[in-house]
Design a protein around this ligand. Structure first.
Ligand code: F6P
Length: 366
C-alpha cells in the first residue's frame, strides 16, 4: 500500500489482442480522468512500446465510443518482453535486458502506476517490473481463459460465442453432405474454448489438451455414428490437443515471442487420419483469429468495464502488485505473484466434462 496520491496512470495492452481490451481502456480513462482527475498515459504496442518509450496522454475523445470496438486502440505485441528484448546488435538481433530502459521511461513520464492488461505472459513480466519498483495493477485478458486466479478472463465469452456459431454452421453443411466436419479452435495448452463450444454447439467429439485421445476411440465414434444412420459428425479440436502417443502439433517456433510456440495443424491431422482409417469424407475448418477479432459480447464488455473501474479503484487506494479478478459474482483482486503461479486447465473430472459425456460427447479416451 502506498500513501502517495496517484495522478498519472500508464496503461498498456500486452500479448495477443482480444475483444474487450478497448472496453477496459475506456473504463480506466473515464473513471480515472472524470472521477479522479487523473492523467491516463496510453503506452503503444504493449511492452515493445514501453521499452521504446512510445506513449501519449489519452484524451477524453480518444477513449470514448470504443466499448463495442474489437482489438485495442493502443496496439499490442507479443514480442516485447523487456527482460528478453530483441535488439539490433553488431551481429544482428541480440536478446538483451531492456528493463532498466523501461523503468527509465516509467519515471521519465512521471507515472505513479501501470495498469497492464494481458494474459499470463504479461502478468509474468508485470510481476518482475513490480519487483523493480513499478506500481503495477494487472487486468486479466485472454480468449484462452487459462489464468487460475480469476474465474473468467474477458475475451473468452466472445471467442466461445464465435466458435459455437461456427459449429452451428458446420452442422448444416456437414449434415447435408454427410461429412465429418473437423473444427480447430484456439486455447494453447487449455481446452476451455473447445470444451464449451463443443458442448454449446452439440459436437460429437471434443478433443482437448487435458485429455490425450486415442485414435481408435475417435475412429470408433465416427464409424458408430455413421452405421447408426447419423451420416455426419462434428469434431471440435483444441489447437493444443494431442493423441496419447504423440506430441502437440506445432506450426512454428519463434524465439522472439513471449511464448515461442505457435500452435496449429492438429485439425488437419485429425481430419486426414479419419479419412485414411474410416474412409469417411472429412472437411477441416481452422477458426483462427476470427475468434479474437470483432466486437465483444455484452458479457465481455461488462466484465472488461468492471475490471477497468476496479483497477482504478485499487490505484486510488494505493494498492499495487495486484491483479483484478472475478470470484463468483464479484470483482476482487489477488496478488499478481499468486495469479501467475498456476495455469488454469480444464479439470478432467470436472462438471463440464461430466455433463458433456452425459450428453454423448466423446473425448476420444474411451
Ligand atoms: O493466447 C491467445 C491466442 O489466441 C492463442 O489461443 C493462440 O494460440 C495464440 O494466441 C495465437 O497467437 P498469434 O496471434 O501470435 O498467432
Amino acid at each position: 500500500m502506498s500513501d502517495k496520491k496517484v495522478k498519472r496512470i500508464g496503461i498498456l495492452t500486452g500479448g495477443g489482442d482480444c475483444p474487450g481490451l478497448n472496453a477496459v481502456i475506456r473504463a480506466v480513462s473515464k473513471s480515472g480522468i472524470n472521477d479522479h482527475g487523473m492523467t491516463v498515459v496510453g503506452i503503444e504496442d504493449g511492452f515493445e512500446g514501453f521499452v521504446e518509450g512510445r506513449m501519449h496522454e489519452l484524451s477524453r475523445t480518444e477513449s470514448s465510443g470504443i466499448i463495442s470496438l474489437g482489438g485495442t486502440i493502443l496496439g499490442t505485441s507479443n514480442k516485447g518482453d523487456p527482460f528478453h528484448y530483441p535488439a539490433e546488435g553488431n551481429n544482428g538481433i541480440e536478446i538483451v535486458d531492456a528493463s532498466p530502459r523501461t523503468l527509465k521511461h516509467y519515471k521519465g513520464w512521471g507515472l505513479d502506476c501501470l495498469i497492464a492488461i494481458g494474459g499470463d505472459g504479461t502478468m509474468h513480466i508485470s510481476n518482475r517490473l513490480g519487483e523493480m519498483g513499478m506500481n503495477i495493477i494487472g487486468v486479466p485478458k485472454t480468449i484462452d481463459n487459462d489464468l487460475e486466479a480469476t474465474d473468467q478472463t474477458f475475451g473468452f465469452d466472445t471467442a466461445l460465442s464465435i466458435a459455437t456459431e461456427a459449429i452451428d454452421r458446420l452442422h448444416t453443411t456437414g449434415s447435408s453432405h454427410h461429412r465429418v466436419m473437423v473444427i480447430e479452435v484456439m486455447g494453447r495448452y487449455a481446452g476451455w474454448i473447445a470444451l464449451q463450444a463443443g458442448l454449446a454447439g452439440g459436437a460429437d467429439i471434443t478433443l482437448i489438451p487435458e485429455i490425450p485421445f486415442s485414435w481408435g476411440a475417435v475412429f470408433q465414434k465416427v464409424i458408430e455414428r455413421s452405421t447408426r444412420g447419423n451420416r455426419f459428425s462434428i469434431v471440435c479440436v483444441a489447437e493444443g490437443a494431442k493423441a496419447a502417443d504423440e506430441g502437440i502439433v506445432v506450426k512454428e517456433t519463434d524465439t522472439k515471442r513471449t511464448d515461442p510456440i505457435r500452435f496449429g495443424g492438429i485439425g488437419e491431422h485429425v481430419s486426414q487420419r479419419i479419412t485414411q482409417e474410416t474412409g469417411l469424407e472429412t472437411r477441416v475448418t481452422v477458426l483462427g483469429h476470427l475468434q479474437r477479432g470483432g466486437s465483444p459480447t455484452a458479457y465481455d464488455r461488462i466484465l472488461a468495464t468492471r475490471y477497468g473501474t476496479k483497477a482504478v479503484e485499487l490505484a486510488v487506494q494505493g494498492k499495487f502488485g495486484l491483479m483484478v479478478s472475478l470470484r463468483g459474482l464479484f470483482v476482487t483482486s489477488v496478488p499478481i505473484a499468486e495469479a501467475i503461479a498456476h495455469q488454469r486447465l480444464v479439470p478432467v473430472d470436472g462438471e463440464i466434462v461430466k455433463s458433456s459425456r452425459a450428453v454423448g460427447i466423446s473425448f476420444g479416451d474411451e
